[in-house]
Design a protein around this ligand. Structure first.
Ligand SMILES: Cc1ncc(COP(=O)(O)O)c(C=O)c1O
Length: 481
């Protein structure tokens, strides 16, 4: 038998690095190897524990309550506020929407008013829970347009949403105005601080200019904050806080309508691994308040220096000056943003392409970590070299035939044959006889192709792509019957 751990190491070598501060999406790195070790050991120690039953695993209940208590202090939560540890930002958002819907059984066709920059998790919640998303375009500064959102509230609205900050642009919505409009209409207001919840409070303490967005703002009824982002905890936890237990109540679920144990849950999961909870608790305890203040100083110093670098590079510009730790930059006509992304990736800096949307151009997203700071001289060189290489490579054009092929497809009815036809026409992603896909190493031509497609077509193509990726790999030798 091959050593499974050796095999894991071999497999993991093909993944993005989780540590090192150069992966500027998906992962968040505090840069302290000892804290990471503590987190990993806590995850391992609790991997088999089950938070399903707090009476059976009371240590997990203690950890959850302490984590929520820490967050209550950060987020100016009043006495009586409560919270839940969920599996991630999307689950926190889903539960905020589900709770808002179920608190209003009187509304037959519920809706929520969200800014166009709200995270896609709200669209997922709309899809899952039948809550129509009323999407209000943001203003020219990429922040929610509070007056337009207030005007969009009607008898069906059960929730109003603001972000602190938005993922795509890293700016904080005018929460005071949005929450006031919600409160005036007697409607819940959720602040999605999945990104900013653990870092913006420290930014304010460092004297940075952060607009009000916490429970200190009247009318804010719930806040989501991801510990697996800027609390630098292992993956698998977020917190959803409510201003009162009455507001959380519709989120709690019990079913005694079967012959087994009474199912009793705060989250969408029932069995919940203790690993992520213990890992998060251990990391938060190890870093502590003073540690997070220092890490916030580091991440914001890194952000400021990246902003300076971008501003000093003629081919680049910021989409908008960031309020938080996320930077969106775009390019002038001399440099293709998707090629720039590939060039940075090839130099060991993972940045994330963002497709053009509405009147917003394609851009490059950077989620900056505290650990990024110490590598900035290298980033500066990589950025300059990548810009030069992208300029030399010239624009990425999408073949006219491929554009027409995509335009002729119906996203609502995209089938396997259409997808295969597109793969063949574009020649971008090779497919084996068994339907398996060979991933391209350079993504710019793929992104350029997606960029010309409408959002529904992008969704349909990527769903088809995911379906193809997700296929069973059967064991090489038959398992004896
Ligand atoms: C603002 C915001 N909300 C929600 C989410 C979803 O979080 P997750 O990926 O943990 O489900 C994200 C993820 O980046 C986010 O930035």
């Amino acid at each position: 038998m091959t050593d499974p751990l050796a095999r894991l190491q071999e497999l993991q070598a093909g993944d993005l690095p989780v540590h090192g501060g150069r992966t500027l999406a998906y992962v968040y790195d505090g840069g302290d190897a000892e804290v990471d070790r503590i987190g990993r050991e806590a995850v391992a120690a609790y991997a088999g524990s089950n938070a399903l039953d707090p009476t059976a695993f009371p240590s997990l209940l203690t950890m959850e309550n302490e984590l929520v208590g820490f967050a209550c202090s950060l987020l100016d939560a009043p006495d009586g506020a409560v919270g839940t540890v969920t599996s991630g930002g999307t689950e926190s958002v889903l539960l905020a929407v589900q709770g808002a819907r179920d608190a209003r059984p009187d509304v037959r066709e519920p809706s929520m008013v969200i800014p166009s920059t709200a995270h896609a998790a709200f669209h997922k919640a709309a899809h899952y829970f039948g809550v129509r998303a009323v999407v209000v375009p943001v203003g020219p500064d990429f922040r929610a347009d509070a007056a337009a959102m207030a005007a969009a509230i009607d008898d069906t609205t059960v929730l109003v949403v603001a972000s602190a900050p938005s993922y795509a642009h890293g700016v904080v919505d005018p929460v005071t105005e949005v929450a006031a409009a919600a409160a005036e209409a007697g409607i819940r207001c959720h602040v999605d601080a999945c990104i900013g919840g653990w870092v913006l409070p420290y930014a304010a303490r460092l004297g940075r200019d952060v607009p009000a967005w916490t429970f200190a703002v009247e009318g804010v009824t719930s806040i989501s904050v991801d510990t697996h982002k800027y609390a630098y905890a292992p993956k698998g936890t977020s917190l959803l806080l409510h201003r009162s237990s009455a507001l959380r109540h519709p989120q709690l679920f019990a079913s005694a309508d079967w012959p087994g144990y009474t199912m009793l849950n705060q989250t969408m999961q029932s069995t919940r691994s203790g690993g992520p909870i213990a890992g998060t608790w251990a990391v938060v305890s190890a870093i502590g308040d003073a540690g997070y203040l220092r890490l916030a100083g580091e991440v914001f110093e890194a952000v400021d220096r990246i902003v300076e670098l971008v501003s000093a590079t003629p081919a680049l510009r910021l989409v908008v000056p960031p309020d938080s730790t996320l930077v969106a930059l775009t390019t002038d006509g001399s440099c293709d943003p998707f090629t720039l992304t590939d060039e940075l990736v090839s130099r060991g800096w993972y940045v994330q392409p963002q497709l053009a949307y509405a009147d917003q151009p394609a851009s490059v997203h950077l989620s900056v970590s505290a650990a990024t700071l110490r590598h900035l001289p290298d980033f500066a060189t990589a950025l300059a070299d990548s810009v030069a290489a992208a300029r030399a490579a010239g624009p990425v054009s999408v073949d006219e035939g491929v554009v027409s092929f995509i335009e002729a497809l119906d996203p609502a009815a995209l089938g396997d044959d259409d997808f295969d036809g597109l793969l063949a026409a574009s020649g971008l992603v090779g497919a084996g006889a068994d339907g398996s896909l060979d991933l391209p190493t350079r993504m710019a031509p793929v992104n350029a192709m997606l960029d010309v497609a409408s959002p529904p077509m992008r969704e349909a193509l990527l769903v088809a792509f995911l379906d193809r990726l997700s296929r069973p790999v059967r064991p090489a030798t038959e398992v004896p019957a």
